[in-house]
Design a binder for this molecule. Structure first.
Ligand code: PEP
Ligand code: MN
Length: 283
């Protein structure tokens, strides 16, 4: 029996002082996440159709995004909501990856989909609802693909780092943490964005930290200010929902930016980057 003191070890800053860099193997070679590279991941909540996804992907490519997002297997609160195109959507995503040359990220909910997602997706996302699915985490520790670990809806930072430890201790050190807002008493926003998690995590772990202002707020108008705050606070990047026609989105339309709003935000991010807080590691 191990004593319950040093809870997380491999992901701890004490164990490794230098910031970790996660290498994403995109179609045009590796992309780095970490050490303040400020990686922008963007795309719709879900892959909905060939036309919409390819259109928004091509737009995002020329407006400053580095990685494309798109849900295929969606965890929805209601079983009657749109739950993603599944394997059919994977073909659309693979085509967007091919024509844009951008790496892609999508959520894995079920280990039965691991083989097909592993073949076509560059980063596997573990959603908030699965942060404590330890069977899933253990299996993802055995593969050689970056894992994007979202914070659980009401997980403490320690619980979240312990979830990361499951993956890293299994042998996969390529873990990216994503703060996406936590449940609080506040209901003017969908969740409460824990900006302080960025600075707290920088002291506790060497893993990269990405902020998701879309799920954190649930309101498109709040996405740009929170994204800029996150960059200023020293986040290693952002994941932002963008839909070519948000009112028509099958999932998370109210929090999705229009392509034009995304383009403006990308410009503002570039302007603010020189002022981003530096935690003393190479940038
Ligand atoms: C998502 O990013 O597609 C998602 C479902 O987010 P979360 O797991 O943070 O709710
Ligand atoms: Mn969403």
């Amino acid at each position: 029996m191990m004593k319950e003191t040093k809870l997380f070890q491999l992901v701890s800053r004490e164990n490794k002082h230098e910031d970790s860099i996660v290498l994403v193997n995109g179609p045009h070679g590796p992309i780095k996440i970490g050490q303040g590279y400020c990686t922008i991941i963007a795309g719709p909540c879900a892959v909905e159709s060939w036309e919409d996804y390819l259109e928004v992907a091509l737009f995002l490519k020329q407006s400053g995004a580095h990685i494309l997002r798109g849900g295929l297997f969606k965890p929805r609160t209601s079983p009657y909501s749109f739950r993603g195109l599944g394997k059919e959507g994977l073909e659309i995503m693979a085509e967007a990856r091919r024509i844009t040359g951008m790496p892609v990220i999508s959520e894995i909910m079920d280990l039965r989909d691991l083989d097909s997602l592993y073949q076509q997706v560059d980063i596997l996302q573990v959603g908030s609802r699965n942060m404590q699915n330890y069977v899933l985490l253990e299996q993802l520790g055995k593969i050689d693909k970056p894992i994007f670990l979202k914070r659980g809806l009401s997980a403490t930072i320690e619980e979240w780092l312990l979830a990361a430890e499951y993956i890293v201790s299994g042998g996969n050190s390529q873990v990216i943490l994503c703060e996406r807002g936590i449940r609080t008493f506040e209901n003017a926003t969908r969740n409460t964005l824990d900006i302080s998690a960025i600075a707290a995590l920088k002291g506790m772990t060497h893993l990269p930290v990405i902020i998701d202002p879309s799920h954190a707020t649930g309101i498109a108008r709040l996405v740009a200010p929170m994204a800029l705050a996150a960059v200023a606070a020293g986040a290693d990047g952002l994941i932002i929902e963008v839909h070519n026609d948000p009112p028509r989105a099958l999932c998370d339309g109210p929090q999705s930016l229009t392509p034009k709003a995304f383009e403006e935000l990308a410009g503002a991010i570039e302007a603010i980057r020189p002022y981003a807080h530096n935690y003393g590691t190479p940038r």
